[in-house]
Design a protein around this ligand. Structure first.
Ligand code: PLP
Length: 395
């Protein structure tokens, strides 16, 4: 008998993937330009020019045996040092190369971290809406994901609901800011309140809860909004980072885990990360891209395109009567579905060739996610369809 849980993960595609596959079929039928595909969070702006230049330089000037070879399981020392130095410079942390683990993107960062922390039956709290794969990653590590609601208007975590959810089984909390799918950035007040609740829980029960910050969108913020760096607010914090979105490199699979050295048992936690990486086979992240990211730390793709898309779409949709959550970052717009049911709304949107994702699988009913990481031309061409969709609910 096969492992049925994994067979089912393989058979049942996520709603997002399902829609993406539908989009591919539909584009073949009526032409790519006639389908408005807002399903996937695939960056639409190219990687910065420095990525191309430095890759060529690396290939032309590095020893190929080194460049395409194994690194240390946790990543090349010089890369881990560069990552730690960069974070220390930007956020005044005290990190070192031996608390950094190079990974194949945020998905691997999260899987490794959860496997490092969890024992069977442990609970992991996250805030709805949340990236649906958290449930899969947590279950696979032996835990149970416990979604806690966010404020209905601001989509900031509801701290009093959070305090009620904390219990003896809680091992970790995952936060994601800027958030997929809401685009909301958790403000400093929220992060301070969250950290205070965790400290209070530890004092009262003796249970330390680890705060995992999933940050693939850290640099994707607009209008000067600041994303509080979690380690500056809570000692037992672990950052799961990815270059997929900030550098438009999702296909290259590169990211890292950083364990805060301010946590009393950081060396054990880091050993757990190395052990989980080993047990999962997530060792030696691709060296070509380890070396590449070392040369472009702090650089991002041109995010002005995302800001322009956000502004255009938010203004247009609001004028058509939609209720839109104002996003400060990432490249997602969270929109209230018309009618009661977001699944039915997204289904009707298909009649207008609009591919948008119902947020039910993100743990929130009555909303849809629009990934606006598309060309400005697609945004412009899609607006009459959004208008017609809204009008179909007025009649
Ligand atoms: N976490 C969130 C919130 C995401 O949106 C994504 C990808 O879309 C991931 C993790 C996985 O990122 P990566 O492609 O770096 O594995």
């Amino acid at each position: 008998m096969l492992n049925q849980t994994n067979v089912n993960y393989g058979k049942v595609r996520s709603q997002i993937r399902e829609l993406f596959e539908y989009g591919k079929k539909r584009k073949a039928e009526i032409g790519e330009e006639n389908v408005f595909d807002f399903s996937l969070g695939n960056p639409s702006v190219p990687a910065p020019e420095a990525v191309r230049k430095n890759l060529i330089k690396l290939i032309e000037e590095s020893d190929p045996v080194f460049l395409h070879g194994y690194t240390s399981a946790q990543g090349d020392y010089s890369v881990r040092k560069a990552v730690a130095d960069d974070l220390n410079k930007r956020f005044a942390t005290g990190l070192n190369p031996d608390c950094v683990y190079m990974t194949c993107g945020a998905a691997a960062s999260l899987c490794i971290t959860l496997n490092a922390l969890l024992n069977d039956g442990d609970e992991v709290i996250t805030f709805a809406p949340f990236f649906p794969e958290y449930a899969v990653f947590t279950a696979h590590a032996g835990g149970r994901l416990v979604p806690v609601a966010s404020d209905e208007k601001t989509f900031q975590p509801d701290i009093s609901a959070f305090e009620k959810a904390l219990n003896a089984k809680t091992k970790a909390v995952i936060i994601n800011s800027p958030n997929n799918p809401s685009g909301v950035v958790y403000g400093e007040e929220t992060i301070k309140a969250l950290a205070a609740a965790l400290r209070k829980h530890e004092q009262a029960t003796g249970n330390r809860v680890y705060l995992i910050s999933d940050e693939p969108y850290r640099e994707l913020v607009f209008d000067g909004v600041k994303v509080p760096f979690i380690m500056n607010y809570y000692d037992s914090a672990i950052v799961c980072y990815s270059f997929s979105k900030s550098l438009s490199l999702p296909g290259e699979r590169i990211g890292y885990i950083a364990v805060n050295t301010a946590m009393p048992n950081w060396q054990d936690v880091y050993a757990g990360v190395c052990g989980a990486g080993r047990a999962l086979g997530y060792v030696c992240a691709p060296n070509l891209f380890q070396q590449l990211v070392k040369t472009v730390l702090g650089t991002t793709s041109d995010i002005s395109v995302y800001k322009a898309n956000r502004d255009r779409l938010t203004a247009a949709l609001t004028s058509y009567g939609y209720t839109v959550v104002k996003p400060d970052g990432a490249f997602y717009l969270f929109v209230k579905a018309m009618g009661e049911d977001a699944v039915a709304f997204a289904e009707r949107a298909k009649d207008y060739e609009l591919l948008i994702v119902p947020a039910d699988s993100f743990g929130v009913k009555g909303y849809v996610r629009i990934s606006y990481c598309v060309s400005p031309k697609t945004i412009e061409k899609s607006l009459p369809a959004f208008k017609a969709l809204a009008e179909s609910y007025k009649g």
